[in-house]
Design a protein around this ligand. Structure first.
Ligand code: GAP
Length: 499
């Protein structure tokens, strides 16, 4: 078996559409930019990833492991003051700039980052760093006119018009807003949440009190988030409607760095366990921290378009709970009756928070890119190219496909018995059309780890052939062994054990 050249993002987009993983949203109307729908296979893969994350959070962490994690499902709409407290109303902006000739809109920081990348590729690492530092300084001071001047001074041209005819730089708030209330005059502006985290913060005391939780503990949530991204490119990497899997871990102030390091390492292990190889993952430590953080790191995966963030781990101090306390006038404190080194209870405090935040869509895209394989198989005259999705079996949309060799002589009935025996345990696919080779190919394309062929020998001795997706090897096994054999290979347990 030999590997074909590197995959392009276009290969991924086409494969995802052709085999029912991801479709452009409302495609019959030419789609809606940066919004996507998951198809019949995509939803299974995404749900499997979400389930693994949920179990990794809520089942692998309990009192004995140092801090239990429980889940919630908060509403997308929240009281508008939530976003005042979190800083999103005042500060959740991206600097945008338009080219007057092409009328195309860009993120000013991305234009400068692109230039820095170009310098780095030309071996001018120092110049690249200087440019990034200057950009950081100007954006930090909100000196937007100077950012425009820097873009012009660097000779950055619009890729469409090829000109440097730029408008001024403006800050653009990424939150979508809408109204609640039936009468226009009485309506209130509310926002579609740009992160799920705030639903956790405002429920901190509800969960702590109703669950009698002792610090440290965590609250996990999976849900939709919305951002009006200025430039939405690179498929499901940057969407306007996406899903986040976030966990806020509440700790005693002063212990946050320990937990930050623990979560950073645990989350890296998670990504490796779902099939992303160590050499395609790296940490990117934030040097310039957001106002609420005292440490932050991204986990980046090497997509076909380069290393990009899939998850952020942030030590958020007590910023969020403190802001909510101030604005809501409701105490967000916890009474810690554990004893300090002087034998006194730690007493009342606002907990510090370590957050892990991964985009379900970005994780999906990373796992999909990693699994997508084009390879040459066979020897001599029987050599051929094949495309196969080498997904971890626990993540695959179907765990097994069951094929009667022919559509007669009792083989479909025998295959049907196997379907019935397995379908309560795993998602299985049944097909009797076309030559068996074609049926194998169709399953390779969607990542089904096992194909089970029922032939004449099955009628005699109750054995079937199992064909393994990755090695393409075949073995003969008794029907009574199928459940255990497939069950072990596709179990989520195999992933969870690695975390
Ligand atoms: N609560 C912290 C927070 O929201 P973030 O770095 O802005 O932090 C966390 O987002 C994760 O959410 C990212 O690492 C990414 O995986 C995902 N994400 C953010 N914006 C996204 C977008 N426009 N499209 C898809 N995923 C996105």
């Amino acid at each position: 078996m030999s590997q074909a050249p590197a995959t392009s993002l276009q290969d991924i987009v086409s494969h995802a559409k052709e085999y029912g993983f991801v479709f452009p949203s409302s495609e019959i109307y030419d789609g809606l930019q940066a919004v996507y729908d998951y198809g019949q296979n995509g939803v299974e893969l995404k749900n499997n990833l979400k389930n693994i994350w949920w179990k990794a959070m809520t089942q692998l962490n309990d009192n004995r492991s140092g801090g239990p994690i429980v889940g919630i499902d908060a509403a997308i709409f929240m009281h508008p003051l939530t976003w005042k407290a979190s800083g999103h109303i005042d500060g959740f902006n991206d600097p945008m700039i338009d080219n007057k000739d092409s009328k195309k809109r860009y993120r000013a920081d991305q234009l400068l980052e692109g230039k820095a990348e170009q310098y780095a590729a030309e071996g001018k690492a120092e110049k690249a760093q200087e440019l990034l530092n200057e950009m950081g300084r100007l954006l930090g001071n909100n000196e937007l006119e100077a950012v425009r001047e820097l873009i012009i001074a660097e000779g950055i041209k619009c890729p469409i018009s090829g000109t440097t005819n730029w408008t001024e730089v403006r800050q653009f708030n990424l939150m979508f807003s809408t109204q609640v209330g039936s009468v226009a005059e009485d309506s209130t502006v509310i926002y579609l949440r740009p992160e799920t985290a705030q639903g956790i913060f405002v429920n901190f005391l509800n969960v702590q009190k109703s669950g009698r939780m002792k610090i440290p503990f965590g609250i996990a949530q999976i849900g939709k988030a919305f951002r009006n991204e200025i430039v939405a490119r690179q498929f499901t990497f940057r969407m306007r409607e996406f899903e986040q899997m976030e966990m806020q871990f509440f700790v005693r102030p002063g212990t946050e760095m320990e937990w930050y390091e623990k979560w950073r390492d645990t989350r890296l292990k998670f990504h490796q366990a779902v099939g992303l190889p160590a050499e395609k993952l790296k940490f990117h430590i934030h040097e310039k921290l957001a106002h609420y953080a005292n440490a932050a790191v991204d986990i980046e995966y090497q997509f076909p378009f380069g290393f990009r963030e899939i998850e952020g781990i942030h030590s958020r101090t007590d910023f969020d709970l403190k802001s909510h306390q101030e604005l809501s006038k409701k105490k967000q404190q916890y009474f810690d009756n554990d004893l300090d080194e002087n034998g006194k209870p730690f007493g009342n405090y606002i907990p510090y928070v370590v957050e892990t935040s991964v985009g379900a869509d970005r994780l999906f895209l990373a796992v999909f890119c990693q699994a997508f394989t084009k390879e040459t198989v066979g020897e001599g005259d029987s050599q051929k190219e094949r495309t196969v999705l080498k997904l971890h079996p626990a993540l695959a949309p179907f765990k097994a496909a069951i094929f009667p060799l022919v559509k007669k002589d009792g083989l479909p009935e025998k295959a049907e018995e196997i379907v019935k025996a397995l379908r309560g345990e795993f998602r299985v696919f049944y097909e009797e059309r076309d030559a068996i080779g074609k049926r194998y190919t169709r399953q390779d394309l969607i990542g089904t780890p096992f194909c089970i062929a029922v032939d004449y020998q099955t009628l005699e001795d109750n054995t079937v052939t199992i064909r393994h997706r990755d090695s393409m090897e075949q073995e003969r096994v008794h029907i009574s062994e199928l459940k255990a054999k497939i069950g072990y290979a596709v179990s989520e347990q195999r992933i969870l054990e690695l975390i």
